[in-house]
Design a protein around this ligand. Structure first.
Ligand code: NAD
Length: 424
């Protein structure tokens, strides 16, 4: 556990404990009995595997990997695979449960899973990464498959990683099985729109929230923390709607111009120089300061736990749209709710990614591919409906949007569990 002490208050930043608390809050509101709670908070299957890998210098290294299937009551489990030195079984369990609730929030027919290997991919060659990935894929192939559990990319894994997993699984089957993973390259059955899906889904949710709050996006301002896949695409999609982007940041720091700037040009600049910092016509600002800027929409799109008890009182936005997973701690959630700042929670706001992953899987299974208009119109329909489902609970029960999303999601999984009953 990594507690922080702020103004005499302590809060946990441990993903597993935060996930358990978010679930318990929803279970209390739903009045679930202890047996159902135990069932829904316990992962169904945790597989830990040793991954012997030949390194380029001839050494044999053994990495440890996990695949956790949290819940499959509503369908096959779905969730990314992360390569990172800090991967632990506890973290993978928490991330797997978030996937269960995310899929249920947007009503796609999946449960939740997550995988990870404890490794430092930044220090590994492509050859080492490929050998490690293929052995991991082979070890977990016992429990994955298009009808069982469908991995996707996460931190430090990408379309190439998915291609290796798809190939390894297919080699063992004896035929091509594209539907075993999503987030694949287009040439292997990836979906159009997958790359933009998380940001696009988040922007659809922001549009709905703005309507409810009476914010005209054509005259609104936005601040974006993190300028990778989710953050940079969210910036230019918002800009296309007329929103003035006044500040953005990446791991090296932030940039500010209250008159606004062109986020596509910032992306070009970052691609050339490695950072947004130094973009002409802007002043530098720290990653802490950027969160406190006055704006209509703040989009955290980088790290977990960036809005905490320490800085929640200083947030100066009307909407916080969580493109990142877990950027707001439970303590900060309460403060923002009291301050009438609307937090669009991760399990709703960034669910566009898993939704288009679902579309990719549907296309693979049907062997029928859609154009981008089809993908985006279906995505918009699901995100808009989900926002309205969550918003109705938020209003009805007078709870924040995160609790409302959890009440919707946990309620859906609990209902499915009760209907299926207990085996044997
Ligand atoms: P990414 O690696 O493409 O981008 C991350 C960005 O965050 C980079 O610009 C990096 O410089 C920046 N960053 C790192 N540390 C920072 C710091 N201290 N302050 C400010 N910026 C910092 O990752 P991504 O795919 O865009 O994911 C970002 C977040 O969105 C993560 O929480 C991820 O779990 C979540 N998310 C992504 C997807 C997706 O489809 N990409 C889906 C769901 C959720």
């Amino acid at each position: 556990m990594t507690p922080t002490m702020t103004q005499g208050l302590t809060e946990t930043l441990n993903a597993f404990e935060i996930a358990q608390k978010q679930f318990a809050d929803a279970a209390d509101i739903l009045g679930l009995d202890e047996g159902v709670r135990k069932k829904l908070r316990t992962p169904e299957r945790c597989l830990t595997v040793a991954i012997p890998t030949r390194m380029d210098d001839g050494r044999l290294e053994v990495f440890i990997g996990h695949r956790v299937q949290h819940n499959t009551t509503r369908g096959p489990s779905k969730g990314g695979i992360r390569f990172h030195p800090n991967v632990t079984l506890d973290e993978v369990k928490a991330l797997a449960s978030w996937m269960t609730w995310k899929c249920a929030t947007v009503g796609i027919p999946y449960g939740g899973a997550k995988g990870g290997i404890t490794c430092n991919p930044k220090e590994m060659s492509q050859g080492e990464l490929e050998r490690m990935t293929r052995r991991y894929a082979s070890e977990i192939s016992l429990i994955i498959g298009p009808e069982k559990d469908i991995p996707a990319p996460d931190v430090y894994t990408n379309a190439q990683t998915m291609a290796w997993i798809m190939d390894t699984y297919s080699m063992n089957k004896g035929y091509a099985v594209p539907g075993v993973v999503t987030g694949k390259p287009l040439a292997l059955g990836g979906s159009l729109g997958r790359n933009e899906a998380t940001a696009q889904g988040c922007v659809y949710i922001i549009e709905e929230a703005a309507k409810k709050l009476g914010i005209d996006l054509k005259t609104a301002t936005a601040v974006i923390q993190g300028y990778g896949n989710a953050g940079s695409i969210a910036a230019y999609l918002l800009h296309d709607l007329g929103v003035k982007i006044i500040a953005v940041s990446d791991s090296r720091g932030g940039i500010l111009n209250t008159q606004g700037f062109d986020p596509r040009k910032v992306l070009e600049f970052k691609n050339q120089t490695g950072s947004v910092v130094g973009f002409p016509g802007t002043e530098s600002i720290s990653n802490e300061e950027i969160l406190n800027l006055k704006c209509d929409v703040l989009v955290p799109a980088a790290l977990e736990n960036c809005i905490t008890l320490k800085n929640a009182v200083k947030i100066n936005a009307k909407i916080v749209a969580e493109a990142a997973n877990g950027p707001t701690t439970p303590g900060a959630d309460e403060i923002l709710f009291d301050r009438k700042i609307v937090v669009l929670p991760d399990i709703l706001a960034n669910a566009g990614g898993v939704t288009v992953s679902y579309f990719e899987w549907v296309q693979n299974v049907q062997e029928l591919y859609w154009d981008i208009e089809d993908v985006n119109s279906r995505l918009k329909k699901i995100m808009t409906r989900s926002f309205n489902d969550v918003y109705a609970i938020h209003k009805d029960k007078r709870i924040n949007m995160r609790k409302a999303a959890y009440v919707l999601a946990v309620g859906r999984v609990a209902e499915a569990f009760k209907l299926r009953g207990l085996f044997p």
